[in-house]
Design a binder for this molecule. Structure first.
Ligand code: SF4
Length: 311
C-alpha cells in the first residue's frame, strides 16, 4: 500500500502556496523567521543565530529507521537533516550538523528532487529535521515537489523553539509535527541552550501545532498520517522540568497527543564542561518521569529502555 496524504495539503491552491513563499522570502530580508528575531538580511549575510543565509544547506537525505514506530514504520522515514540551528544546545547530539554546519548547499529544486527520491524508495513520510530557519525554502521545495508528484505526509521535526506567526504558514502543508519540549525552566534553557525565553516560546508554539493537526492519528497499519507527537528528553538532575511539561500538555494541549519519553541522553559536545549534565541519566530518574506520565493521564506514547548510569 502506498502512502497517501489526507485531504488538506493537496488542496492548498497554487496561488496560496505562491503567496506564502513570496511573503516568507521577503521576511528573510530582515529575518524574523524564528523567535530569535535577528533582523539581519539573509540575502547578504549568514550572521544570524542559525548562521544560515538564504541558501539551503543539508547534511543528508536518507531512510531512517530509528524514529518512533508510527514514524519509521516498516519502510523507514525519509529523513532530511538541515544544517545550522537557531538553538545552541550545549549537549546537542547532532552538533557537527547543527553547530559546526557540516553539509552541502543545494537549491530548492534539488531539495524537491530529494523528497521525491525518498518517496520513490518507499519512505512513509518526509521527515524534516531542524527545519525552523529554512521554512521559506522548505515551502518552496514542497510546492515544486507537489507539482512533480509528492504525496506522502510531511513531518516537521523541531526543537519546539518556533514562531507562531511562521508556523501559521505551514498550516495545510505540514501533516505531522514532532516538537521537542526541552525544558520548562527558562534558567536551564538559557544556561544550556542560550534561549532565555524557551518556555514562553514553546507553549504557544505547541498549541498552534495542535490547533492545526490535533493529536496523532494512525492508519490501520499503525503508521502516522497526521497530528502532534511531542518528544521529551529526560535530562540529569531534573533539569528538563518534566512534571511541569506534562502538566502543561495534559491541561493546556490535549491528552490525545502522543508523547515520546526519551532516555537516550548522553553528554556530547560542550556538555562535558557542565557538572550537571556531564553524565547519562539514572534508571531512577527515568522511572520517575514515567510515573509522571501516569500521574497526568498521558497514556499515548512511547517509553524507552536504553542506557542508564546506575547509582
Ligand atoms: S532564522 Fe536564523 S537569522 Fe532568522 S531569526 Fe532565526 S536565527 Fe535569526
Amino acid at each position: 500500500m502506498r502512502e497517501e496524504r489526507k485531504p488538506g495539503y493537496l488542496f492548498l491552491p497554487d496561488e496560496e502556496f505562491e503567496r506564502r513563499i513570496e511573503v516568507l522570502y521577503r521576511r528573510m530580508e530582515k529575518c524574523n523567521i524564528c523567535p530569535r528575531n535577528c533582523g539581519i538580511n539573509r540575502y547578504v549575510t549568514n550572521k544570524g543565530l542559525c548562521r544560515m543565509g538564504v541558501k539551503l544547506k543539508i547534511a543528508s537525505a536518507n531512510l531512517h529507521f530509528g524514529e518512533e514506530p508510527p514514524i519509521s514504520g516498516y519502510r523507514g522515514s525519509g529523513t532530511i537533516f538541515f544544517s545550522g540551528c537557531p538553538l545552541r544546545c550545549k549537549f546537542c547530539q547532532n552538533y557537527p550538523i547543527s553547530q559546526l554546519l557540516n553539509g552541502n548547499y543545494i537549491t530548492e529544486e534539488e531539495l524537491a528532487e530529494r523528497m521525491l527520491e525518498l518517496q520513490e524508495r518507499g519512505a512513509h513520510n518526509i521527515n524534516l529535521v531542524t527545519p525552523t530557519h529554512f521554512v521559506p525554502q522548505i515551502i518552496k521545495a514542497t510546492y515544486i515537489a507537489k507539482k512533480m508528484g509528492l504525496r506522502i505526509p510531511l513531518a516537521y521535526n523541531t526543537s519546539g523553539y518556533e514562531s507562531v506567526e511562521t508556523l501559521r504558514y505551514l498550516e495545510g502543508i505540514v501533516d505531522i509535527y514532532m516538537p521537542d519540549i526541552k525544558y520548562s525552566d527558562n534558567y536551564w534553557a538559557r544556561k544550556l541552550s542560550a534561549a532565555p525565553n524557551y518556555w514562553d516560546v514553546v507553549r504557544p508554539a505547541i498549541k498552534e501545532m495542535y490547533r492545526q493537526v490535533g493529536g496523532l492519528k494512525l492508519d490501520e497499519r499503525g503508521i502516522a498520517y497526521r497530528g502532534v507527537l511531542i518528544r521529551h528528553l529526560v535530562l540529569p538532575e531534573g533539569v528538563a522540568g518534566t512534571e511541569k511539561v506534562f502538566k502543561f500538555i495534559a491541561e493546556e494541549v490535549g491528552r490525545d497527543v502522543y508523547i515520546s519519553l526519551m532516555s537516550q541522553y548522553f553528554p556530547a559536545y560542550r556538555a562535558f564542561d557542565d557538572p550537571v549534565v556531564n553524565r547519562r541519566i539514572t534508571r531512577r530518574e527515568y522511572e520517575e518521569a514515567v510515573k509522571l506520565l501516569e500521574k497526568y493521564g498521558l497514556e499515548n506514547g512511547y517509553i524507552q529502555e536504553l542506557y542508564f548510569y546506575e547509582m
